[in-house]
Design a protein around this ligand. Structure first.
Ligand code: ADP
Ligand code: MG
Length: 224
């Protein structure tokens, strides 16, 4: 079970006015399903995703993960949450360019303190329907292929939650649809949270759509 309670994030840039990026966001998530968080640019989507994934800390408020409050988290608990519970997919893929596909996936396992297991790596590439020479590097792949590797890298950790920040933002519509179809298939057994500004995609693929405006949730609807 995953909840966020009254998350507030205020950025205080040096020599500039504070930015009230999140003004108190509370959401209860189920165990599985594809949840979209829709909102215009600047509405606070990435900030919310980063806080939910433990990549940044809120000004106030908390995450509740399997009944435990992030207020009681040690630094190790946060590392553990990020490394084993949460998987991340970003618009710009965030693959390591100097490493091969294989090495990018191996590294994800090693960051979890696991052995880089060839079988596991092959299997994760199969799960994202990617057949290519895993000795290739990210700059030798198409955008859609890079995003599939990024999803494989998230999946190989076997996370309970996948957080995706505009995963189709750099892709053409057809490739974007294929990526969302893939993420949707994993949402039968995991919680998949997708941040997007694309209402059409949200309505087509989402089981639930939350809308964010100016740092607040302004609507929450279940899709039929
Ligand atoms: P979105 O992802 O919906 O476009 P963001 O969460 O990136 O929105 O940003 C929300 C607001 O917070 C924006 O006004 C943005 O300029 C501001 N913001 C984001 N990150 C920072 C930062 N590190 N420092 C100051 N302001 C920031
Ligand atoms: Mg953003």
């Amino acid at each position: 079970m995953f909840q966020v309670k009254d998350l507030v994030k205020t950025y205080r840039p040096k020599k500039a006015e504070p930015v009230f990026a999140l003004r108190g966001v509370s959401i209860d998530f189920g165990e599985t399903g594809m949840v979209f968080i829709l909102g215009k640019s600047g509405s606070g989507k990435s900030t919310l995703l980063h806080l939910m994934g433990g990549l940044d800390v809120p000004t106030s408020g908390e995450l509740v993960i399997d009944g435990k409050s992030s207020k009681d988290f040690s630094k190790e608990d946060f590392d553990d949450y990020r490394n084993t519970y949460a998987g991340f997919v970003f618009q710009e893929y965030n693959l390591l360019p100097e490493f091969t596909v294989y090495e990018n996936l191996a590294l994800a396992l090693q960051l979890q303190g696991k052995r880089a297991d060839r079988e596991k790596i092959r299997e994760s590439l199969k799960r994202v329907e990617l057949e290519l020479d895993e000795k290739r590097r990210p700059n030798e792949l198409s955008g859609g292929q890079k995003q599939r590797v990024a999803i494989a890298r998230a999946l190989i950790k076997d996370p309970k939650i996948i957080f995706a920040d505009e995963p189709t933002g750099a892709l053409d519509e057809g490739t974007g649809s294929a990526i969302l179809t893939l993420l949707k298939s994993f949402s039968r057994e995991k919680l998949v949270i997708v941040v997007s500004h694309d209402r059409e995609f949200a309505e087509k693929y989402g089981d639930r759509i939350l809308e964010l405006a100016d740092g607040r949730i302004v609507s929450d609807s279940a899709m039929l």
